[in-house]
Each structure stands twice: as structure tokens, then as C-alpha cells.
Ligand binder design. Structure first.
Ligand SMILES: Nc1ncnc2c1ncn2[C@@H]1O[C@H](COP(=O)(O)OP(=O)(O)OP(=O)(O)O)[C@@H](O)[C@H]1O
Ligand SMILES: [Mg+2]
Length: 602
């Protein structure tokens, strides 16, 4: 075992109990409701407890009123009994408030966890074309700050509403004390509401802009970190810093605008209840002077209005949180509403006992659906079971594209790709990819040990199998020389290894799976010719009985193949042995000569 947990394909977390409602016509809150409902027990308990806490708290000003009237003014009841009641209610309110908060925070983090899993699960299902388009910084910011703001709103909004319901109870209590004064006290509340609505209208666009610009910053930071080698080698730090500063400035503009609006509205929303207080003192005082009201009543009113301030202040906050959350939810839904383009058919079957017969017939393909020029047009190619075919072509001619279509990373526009006579679209993707081992031209390694990287597709593989795969890929010697051998943890993306070493680990990773069909896309381009010669014998053995497609530039790699096909102008223009193509197709000799020249030049 290594210090890092091995990568597995099994899900370690439980799937979220609910997901977002797919109906796009619903409001964002309605769409998120199923996620909240999954936690309704704890959430509901928390709300009920906080409501009870408030009901308790609301009694206290009324008790004060009675204490002043009955004990201090009329001396009819002992003051101590009121004191005990007040202390008792105070403690009960505290305990209820504590438990309610605790349960609320638990719900909040559960909802956040669910939302993050929903997004991640969705991302794992998305097709390659999606990842060609999106920026990872955008995804990261949506999976973090946007989720946070939605979660905050979903959990705190109901709490604040419960607290505002206290206003109703307090109002009823006020009515029982004195009807006209109760109305005077509440006089300012409609204005608070209208100020809130105005605030919402002006703040929503700004919140949206802020979230979008934060994502831009995340994208720049992400590219700077991942592309740091390019940035530094071009001494482009200044330029990158400038673009980051520009993006940060744009965020700052949004925040300043936001602060400006907030500064304009918040004091209004917060201080209107104070005006209510003044009105109560004025009218209440007048009534007391004329003997229509007791001193206790005005003390109670005062306490109620102070109590109401908190919820109304929070109501203002709620409105602001609502702006953010709505903007964030839209951005999250934008991802969740993307449907994967490559999906299993309902009646998809598993590819079993694969013989390795591969056929492309009349394939038309372009990466963009609406593109006019095709990458492949009327492309035909057949690989008999067990055959090794080298695919040769100029750079950009579509060789990697052929490999990607075979594994159904993308769907063809016309024609078909068939394995053992089954259209790949009729096969289950997992079974298809189990049977095809691909070594991509840019091998990606994970930041785990060399062993776990090789065993990525087969986490339970034995040590002997892993070493055999490493040996077949010509990686055995250099791995043994690494500081901790197979337990050496490679840096992010494998950057602590050389390009050729990375490629060899990637080849070992694929060979370990022992797939009946093997695709090597320029898999040995960074391995020097001597090492390549060394591993040829074992590669040749590995290819026996397997259908293998090798994308190659070098003569040495091409020599591994039984047959060579030449790709040019969207289709196969030459097909035969190396000698035949040399004799018949001038383009072939030209491409080989270019590859050779490149090999020597640097
Ligand atoms: N993900 C993508 N989205 C859009 N266009 C793409 C994508 N990948 C490749 N292309 C385009 O498709 C064409 C074929 O690309 P492909 O990667 O198949 O070439 P290749 O023959 O493998 O080249 P090389 O020898 O340089 O690896 C190119 O014109 C390229 O610009
Ligand atoms: Mg390529």
C-alpha cells in the first residue's frame, strides 16, 4: 500500500437520494425542491424547534408588561414569580435555539454534499464533446461558490421565514395589549417590503455578473497553474499577471457596484423599523399621558419592536441571498441541463467474446455538428481479427479521430463503426471500452504511485501482473531505478517523469487490461529509437492474436504492422505493405521522409 489511496472505479460515496427536477419551465427553487425534500425530517425538526423557541421568546415582553403593571404598579402579584418565569422561558428558548441551529447546519452541509455529488455524477456522464468546449475553471467555480450560495439560501431562507412568522405572533400579542398602537407600530413594515423589492430588481444583474467574473478568474488561475511550464518558458509571467489583474478588476467593479447598491438599500431596510419605534413612543406616550395606556404596555411594545428588527434585517439579507442563489442556480442548471450526446441505447448489448473484427464503413465525421468541412468523409477501413495495421498520415489528417471513433468517444455523422459486426452505437459503452485498450498520444498520469497508475484499469491486479505489463512496455528498468520503485508517487499529471517514461507507463496501463483490440496513438513518439527497438520484441508478442491499430510516423514503428494504410484528404488513399506503398504512393514516401527529417532535426 502507498500513502495515497489507490484509485478505484467503484464509487466510494453514496449517491445522493434525490436530484434536480429536469423540468426547465419550473422556477429554480421548485427544481431544487427534491433535494430539500430528501432531508425533510431533520430540516423540518429544526424549523419546528426554532419556531417553538420563538414562541417561547415572544412571551417574555408580555410577561414584562404584566410584571410592571401587576407587581410594580398595583403590587397584586409577587415580582419574584415573574422573574422565575422569565428566567425559565429564557433558558428554554436558548436550548431550543441551540438544537435547532445544530440541525439546521447539518441539513445545510448535507444539501451541499448532495448538490456537489449531483454535479459530479452528471460530469462523469458527459461526453467528450462537452469537455472540448467547457473551461475547467468554470466547472470548478460552479461546483464550489455557486453550490455554496444555493445551499445557504435553501437552508436559511425557511429559517428566516419562520422567524418572520414571529412578526405575526408578536402582532397578535400587540393587538391583545392595545389595538391602535399595534397598527401604529406596524405602519412602516409595508415600506420595508417595497424597499426590498426595489433592491431585488437592481441587485440581481450585478450578482449574476459577479459570479460569472469570478469564474473567469478561476479559469485564468487554473490555466496559469496547469500551464505554468509554458508561461515560464515564454517568460510570459507579466502578461499572465496582467490578464489576471484585468479579470480581478472586472470582479472588483462588480463588487463595488454591489456594495454601492447595498449601501443604498440596507440602511433603509434596516432603519425603517426604528421609525416604527419612534411612532410607538410618540403615540404610546400620548396615550399614557392621557391615561389610556399603562407604562408596562409601552415597555412591551418597545421589546416587541426590537425583537422584530432582527427578522426584518434578515429579510433584507434573505433578499440579497436570494439574488445570489438564483444567479448561481441558473449557472448550475446550465451544466445539469446539458445532456450527454453519446449515450447507451435502451436495448444496448454487451460486447462479449470479442474477436476483434473492426470495420469503418462510409464514415462521415466532424467535431462540430454544424461544421461544413468534415474531418473524415466516406472513410472505409477494415481490420481483420488479429491483424496489426499502421495508420499513417500528415499531421491533422484525422488519425487520432479514427481512434476516438472506434472507442465511441464521439458518434459518426453518417456511416457506421462496427466491431464483430455490431454497430458501436448498439453496444454498451462500458463493454466496448473494456474490449478496446487505447494509449492516447498525450498520456495522462494521476498523482498516485507508479503501481497504482499502471493498475488504474484493474485495481486488484497482482504484483506479478503489474511487473509483467511494465516489462512488456519497456518500463521495468527505469521504474526499478526510481527512488521508491513502484511506490514512487508521480507528480501532478506525471510531470516528474520524462515524456517517454510517461508513455511507457501508459502503455503498461493498457497492456495490463489485456484487451482484444489495441489502439496505440503515437504511443511511442517520445520514446527514443533504441528503447523502442528494445520493446518491439515484447510489443510484437503483445500484439499477437490482438487486433491492433498503430498510429505511427516512424519507419521503426510501422515495421511492427502487417499492413499500412495511408490517410489523406478525409479518407484512406493507400493500403498495402510498406514496400507496396513505397512503390505505388508518392505521398507515403513524402510523409515518411518528413517524419525522418523531424526526427533528425532537433
Ligand atoms: N476535439 C476536437 N474538436 C474539434 N476539432 C478537433 C478536435 N480534435 C481534433 N480536431 C480537428 O480534427 C482534425 C483531425 O485531428 P486529429 O487529432 O485526428 O489529427 P491527427 O491525424 O491525429 O494529427 P497528429 O498527427 O498531429 O496527431 C484536425 O483538423 C483538428 O483540428
Ligand atoms: Mg493525433
Amino acid at each position: 500500500m502507498t500513502a495515497h489511496a489507490p484509485l478505484t472505479i467503484e464509487a466510494r460515496s453514496e449517491a445522493p437520494a434525490a436530484t434536480i427536477d429536469p423540468d426547465r419551465s419550473l422556477s429554480w427553487i421548485r427544481r431544487a425542491l427534491p433535494v430539500m425534500r430528501a432531508h425533510q425530517k431533520v430540516f423540518g425538526t429544526s424549523l419546528v424547534l426554532s419556531f417553538l423557541g420563538l414562541v417561547v421568546a415572544v412571551q417574555i415582553p408580555n410577561l414584562l408588561n404584566k410584571a410592571i403593571t401587576n407587581s410594580l404598579q398595583h403590587h397584586s402579584v409577587a415580582l419574584s414569580s415573574y422573574v422565575w418565569w422569565t428566567v425559565g422561558l429564557g433558558i428554554a428558548g436558548l436550548v431550543l435555539g441551540y438544537v435547532a441551529r445544530m440541525l439546521l447546519y447539518r441539513t445545510a452541509y448535507d444539501i451541499e454534499y448532495d448538490l456537489r455529488n449531483i454535479i459530479y455524477e452528471h460530469l462523469t456522464r458527459m461526453s467528450f464533446s462537452f469537455y472540448d468546449r467547457v473551461q475547467s475553471g468554470q466547472l470548478i467555480s460552479r461546483a464550489n461558490s455557486d453550490i455554496r450560495s444555493v445551499q445557504m439560501y435553501m437552508t436559511f431562507a425557511p429559517l428566516i421565514l419562520v422567524q418572520c412568522s414571529m412578526a405575526v405572533i408578536a402582532f397578535i400579542f400587540m393587538l391583545t395589549i392595545n389595538v391602535p398602537l399595534a397598527f401604529v407600530a406596524m405602519l412602516t413594515m409595508p415600506f420595508v417590503y417595497f424597499a426590498g423589492v426595489r433592491m431585488r430588481q437592481s441587485m440581481f444583474p450585478v450578482s449574476w455578473i459577479i459570479q460569472a467574473r469570478l469564474a473567469e478568474v478561476a479559469t485564468i488561475v487554473d490555466e496559469n497553474v496547469n500551464g505554468v511550464r509554458v508561461v515560464k518558458s515564454f517568460a510570459a509571467e507579466e502578461q499572465q499577471l496582467r490578464s489576471l489583474a484585468d479579470a480581478a478588476e472586472r470582479v472588483q467593479w462588480g463588487y463595488i457596484k454591489d456594495a454601492d447598491l447595498r449601501a443604498r438599500f440596507t440602511p433603509l431596510v434596516q432603519n425603517l423599523p426604528q421609525v416604527g419605534l419612534v411612532l410607538v413612543l410618540l403615540f404610546g406616550g400620548y396615550m399614557i399621558v392621557h391615561g389610556h395606556l399603562g407604562i408596562g404596555a409601552i415597555v412591551a411594545f418597545n421589546a416587541y419592536l426590537l425583537m422584530l428588527q432582527a427578522p426584518f434585517m434578515m429579510l433584507g439579507m434573505l433578499i440579497m441571498m436570494g439574488q445570489r442563489a438564483a444567479a448561481s442556480a441558473e449557472r448550475i442548471y446550465e451544466i445539469l441541463d446539458e445532456t450527454p450526446t453519446v449515450v447507451d441505447a435502451d436495448d444496448a448489448i454487451s460486447l462479449t467474446d470479442c474477436r476483434g473484427d473492426v470495420r469503418f464503413s462510409h464514415v462521415d465525421f466532424a467535431y462540430q455538428e454544424d461544421a461544413e468541412t468534415l474531418v473524415l468523409a466516406d472513410f472505409n477501413l477494415h481490420l481483420a481479427p488479429g491483424e496489426t495495421v499502421a495508420l499513417v498520415g500528415r499531421t491533422g489528417s484525422g488519425k487520432s479521430t479514427v481512434a476516438r471513433l472506434l472507442t465511441r468517444f464521439y458518434d459518426v455523422r453518417h456511416g457506421s463503426v462496427e466491431i464483430d459486426g455490431h454497430d458501436v452505437r448498439s453496444l454498451r459503452q462500458d463493454s466496448l471500452r473494456d474490449n478496446i485498450g487505447v494509449v492516447l498520444d498525450e498520456p495522462f498520469l494521476f498523482s498516485v504511485s507508479v503501481r497504482d497508475n499502471i493498475a488504474y484499469g484493474k485495481p486488484g491486479a497482482s504484483r506479478a501482473d503489474i511487473e509483467a505489463a511494465a516489462r512488456a512496455a519497456g518500463a521495468y528498468e527505469f521504474i526499478e531505478k526510481l527512488p521508491q520503485g513502484y511506490d514512487t508517487v508521480v507528480g501532478e499529471r506525471g510531470y516528474t517523469l520524462s515524456g517517454g517514461q510517461r508513455q511507457r507507463i501508459a502503455i503498461a496501463r493498457t497492456l495490463l487490461l489485456n484487451p482484444p483490440i489495441l489502439v496505440l496513438d503515437d504511443a511511442t513518439s517520445a520514446i527514443d529509437v533504441q528503447v523502442e527497438q528494445m520493446i518491439h520484441a515484447s510489443l510484437k508478442k503483445q500484439m499477437e492474436g490482438r487486433t491492433t491499430l498503430i498510429v505511427a510516423h516512424r519507419l521503426s514503428t510501422i515495421s511492427l504492422a502487417d499492413r499500412v494504410v495511408l490517410l489523406d484528404n478525409q479518407r484512406i488513399v493507400g493500403d498495402g505493405t510498406h514496400a507496396e506503398l513505397l512503390a505505388t504512393t508518392p505521398l507515403y514516401a513524402e510523409i515518411l521522409a518528413q517524419a525522418e527529417a523531424l526526427e533528425v532535426a532537433p
